[in-house]
Design a protein around this ligand. Structure first.
Ligand code: NDX
Length: 256
C-alpha cells in the first residue's frame, strides 16, 4: 500500500502555485481561448462537443481520488473530519463530471485546451486525494474546530452560488442555440462572473476547512484561472451590449 511522502506533497503544491502564477501572467491580458473568447482568436482548431469535453476533462478529478481511496488498505474511515473533507471534494466533482456536462448548452470545446485541462484534473485530483487519504491528520474534534465549520459553510455557500449561476447561464439558451445574452438574476445582478465567484469562494472554503497546503494551492490556482476570465467576460459584455447594467462588477460584488 502507498504511504505519505510529505516532500511529494510540498513539491506538487509548489508546482501548482507556480502554474497558477504562469496562468495569471498568460491570461491577465488575453483570455483563455474557449467559450465566448474563442472565435476571434483561433478559428481552425479541432473541437469536441461541450458535453463530451467537460465530462472527459473533469472525470479524473473524481476518478483519481476515488481510486486512491479504493487502493488504500486498510480503508481509512477515521476520524470523521477526514471522511467529510474527502466527501466535499468528491461532491463537487460528482456534480461537475456527472451532472454539469449533461445539461450544458455550451459550444464545442477546443481539443488542445481539453488536453491540458484533463492533465490538470489528473494532477490536482491526485494531489488533493493523495493528501487527504494518505497524509492528512486531524484531531478527533476537527469537526467542531472553527476552521472546519467556517470553511464548510463557505464551501457550501460557494457551491450553492456556483450551481445556481451555472443554471441561470444555461437557461439563457434554448437547446441548440449558441448566442450570448445578458445574464440576469441571482448573483449576476451584482457581478458578470457569478459562477466563478461561487467557485472561488467554494475552494477557499475547502482550503480553510482542510487547513492544508494542497487545498490552498488549488484555491489560489482557481483564483488565477477564472478570476481573469471573469474580468474578460465583463469586458466582453460591456463591449457587446450597450444596455449592459452599469453598476455590475466583474467578479466581487460592489468591489471589483
Ligand atoms: N476546467 C477548471 N493552463 C478548465 C477548463 C480550461 O474545471 O493551459 C480549470 C475547470 C482549462 C482549465 C480548467 C485549466 C487550465 C487550462 C484551461 C485552458 C487553458 C489553461 C488548461 C481545467 C492552461 C496552463 C498554462 C497552466 C497549462 O458557448 P459557451 O461555452 O461560451 O457557453 C457557456 C454559457 N454561457 C452563456 N450562455 C449564454 N449567454 C451568455 N452570456 C453566456 N455566458 C456563458 O454558460 C457555457 O456553457 C456556460 C459557462 O460558461 P462560462 O464561460 O461562464 O464558464 P466556463 O469557463 O465554461 O466554466 C464552467 C464551469 C464554471 O462553473 C466554472 O466555475 C468552472 O466550470 N471552472 C472552470 C474552469 C476551472 C475551474 C472551474 C477551476 O479552476 N476550479
Amino acid at each position: 500500500s502507498m504511504q505519505c511522502f510529505p516532500s511529494l506533497v510540498l513539491a506538487l503544491s509548489s508546482l501548482l502555485g507556480a502554474l497558477a502564477l504562469l496562468q495569471l501572467s498568460l491570461y491577465l491580458r488575453v483570455p483563455s481561448r474557449y467559450g465566448k473568447h474563442e472565435e476571434r482568436l483561433c478559428r481552425a482548431r479541432g473541437r469536441l462537443p461541450a458535453r463530451c469535453a467537460w465530462f472527459l476533462q473533469e472525470l479524473p478529478s473524481f476518478l483519481v481520488p476515488a481510486l486512491l481511496l479504493a487502493l488504500r488498505s486498510p480503508p481509512r474511515l477515521e476520524p470523521l473530519g477526514c471522511r467529510l473533507l474527502c466527501c466535499l471534494f468528491g461532491w463537487h466533482y460528482f456534480y461537475r463530471t456527472f451532472i454539469y456536462p449533461f445539461f450544458t448548452r455550451g459550444r464545442p470545446f477546443p481539443l488542445q485546451l481539453l488536453f491540458f485541462g484533463t492533465l490538470f484534473c489528473i494532477y490536482n485530483g491526485f494531489l488533493q486525494g493523495y493528501y487527504l487519504i494518505y497524509c492528512a491528520e486531524y484531531p478527533n474534534d476537527w469537526c467542531t474546530d472553527i476552521r472546519f465549520t467556517s470553511g464548510l459553510l463557505l464551501f457550501l455557500l460557494g457551491m450553492g452560488i456556483n450551481i445556481h449561476s451555472d443554471l441561470l447561464l444555461r437557461q439563457l439558451r434554448k437547446p441548440g442555440e449558441v448566442t450570448y445574452k445578458i445574464p440576469q438574476g441571482g448573483l449576476f445582478t451584482y457581478v458578470s462572473g457569478a459562477n466563478y465567484f461561487g467557485e472561488i469562494v467554494e475552494w477557499f472554503g475547502f482550503a480553510i476547512a482542510t487547513w492544508s497546503l494542497p487545498a490552498f494551492a488549488f484555491a489560489f490556482f482557481t483564483l488565477c484561472c477564472i478570476g481573469p476570465r471573469a474580468y474578460h467576460h465583463h469586458r466582453y459584455y460591456l463591449k457587446t451590449f450597450t444596455d449592459y447594467p452599469k453598476s455590475r462588477k466583474a467578479l466581487i460584488p460592489f468591489v471589483f
